[in-house]
Design a protein around this ligand. Structure first.
Ligand code: PLP
Length: 394
């Protein structure tokens, strides 16, 4: 068999990005700011406009966005301490809940969109629910009208993890504009990149100010609203105005280089997302639906990677599939987002009391029989067709 050589991911950076950096450095002198500065603010403004929200805070990773949003939740949620979270998600979605001293409540995966089952979320809401932390996985929208309305009615905050789904839509509006806060990642080969990077976006001025404070050591001087700054200066008269640390916080700032790349990458995001969606449709049209799942909710999606999920629980089929992928040099990951069922990971062992693995059948299927392979704007139709043909022959 001739090798297909298909990579899992492909860099988003182009010559144009590097030229933009070159121009910046050509004009730079010893006074040029490289740490967080005016370019970061410009990127945050442009990102907010693109997303359709009022405020954004640029950070050093999507995981930092997860941790800061959960720290904010801890500050605002008073006595409520449960956070409903998917089992098919990235490690930092669950770790951040534990790290701020809240309690994760787990939900199984829905094969329609690979995010959490919305009815299970609804069934787990109670008077201790501080928030629903919902991940939109691999470009699919995981939010239903029913869940959205219930959360609104019960005034339960929604935090959206959109790290894998930039530009995907629900009700014709971009994901990340529904929650009280939403988190994005700009890591290598995500829909766009800033080398490392993340963003928290929100319509709430209070959340925005908190995210700025927490990003920079908990410092009052990071607050945009001058009257609020003055309030704290007066309150803590024994402290130097430049060194008032309101919370036990972090340094999760990004820098001017990341922001310059972000501004430039943003220009191509919508165009690239269209190609990602076209590629997904082509994969789904050509993949054998009797062997692999092809019934995802593609409406409004903005595909991150192609989800290749074996329908039958057959270890024999799985072995043949992995052998074929390896032989043809088609890179893959087993388990979907974050390696599948987070409940099977060692870091969660001591939080598993009362949980029955059999209640998480879908995510377990994903764990053992679900994969993803690369889909990126540079991928050509002919290659997708070739890949589907060999997969269908197994
Ligand atoms: C769903 C999800 N959330 C969060 C993250 C974390 O982002 P980062 O790698 O920028 O920390 C990822 C990483 O890819 C992710 O897939």
């Amino acid at each position: 068999m001739k090798k297909i050589n298909h990579k899992l991911m492909s860099s988003n950076f182009t010559r144009d990005d590097f030229k933009t950096l070159e121009n910046f450095f050509k004009k730079a002198n010893e006074n040029t700011i490289l740490t967080q500065g005016p370019k970061v603010l410009e990127f945050e403004k442009k990102w907010s406009k693109w997303l359709g929200v009022k405020y954004s805070t640029f950070l050093n990773s999507g995981s930092s966005a997860n941790l800061i949003s959960l720290k904010i939740l801890k500050i605002i949620s008073k006595k409520k301490d449960e956070v409903i979270v998917p089992t098919h998600t990235w490690v930092s979605d669950i770790a951040s809940i534990i790290q701020v001293g809240l309690k994760p409540v787990f939900v199984d995966m829905d094969f329609f969109h690979l995010g959490p089952m919305n009815d299970q979320i609804i069934s787990k809401i109670n008077n201790k629910t501080a928030a629903v932390f919902l991940s939109h996985i691999q470009g699919f929208n995981a939010l239903s009208t029913k869940l959205y309305n219930i959360l609104k009615k019960k005034k339960i905050p929604l935090i959206e993890d959109v790290c894998e789904s930039h530009g995907a839509k629900f009700k014709n509006k971009k994901l990340g504009s529904f929650g009280l806060m939403s988190n994005f990642s700009f890591y290598y080969a995500h829909h766009m990149s800033t080398i490392e990077g993340g963003m928290i976006s929100t319509d709430s001025k209070k959340i925005y100010e908190l995210s700025r404070i927490l990003r920079s050591h908990g410092m009052v001087r990071e607050i945009k609203d001058k009257s609020l700054q003055k309030y704290y200066f007066k309150k803590y008269k024994d402290l130097s105005e430049k060194f008032i640390f309101l919370y036990d916080a972090f340094n999760m700032r990004n820098n001017e280089v990341g922001a310059i790349l972000g501004i430039n990458q943003l220009k191509n995001l919508d165009k690239n997302n269209k190609i990602r969606s076209r590629n997904l449709d082509y994969f789904l049209k050509n993949i054998d639906g009797s062997k692999y799942l092809n019934t995802f909710r593609t409406k409004g999606s903005s595909n991150y990677a192609f989800p290749l999920i074996i329908k039958k629980k057959s270890l024999n089929f799985r072995k043949k599939l992995e052998d074929t992928l390896n032989k043809l040099n088609i890179e893959f990951r087993r388990g979907g987002a974050g390696g599948g069922n987070q409940l099977r990971q060692p870091y969660l062992k001591k939080y598993m009391k009362g949980y029955k693995k059999k209640n998480f059948k879908n995510v377990d299927h994903m764990h053992f029989f679900g994969y993803y392979i690369g889909n990126f704007p540079k991928l050509k139709k002919e290659k997708i067709f070739q890949i589907c043909q060999v997969l269908n022959k197994i």
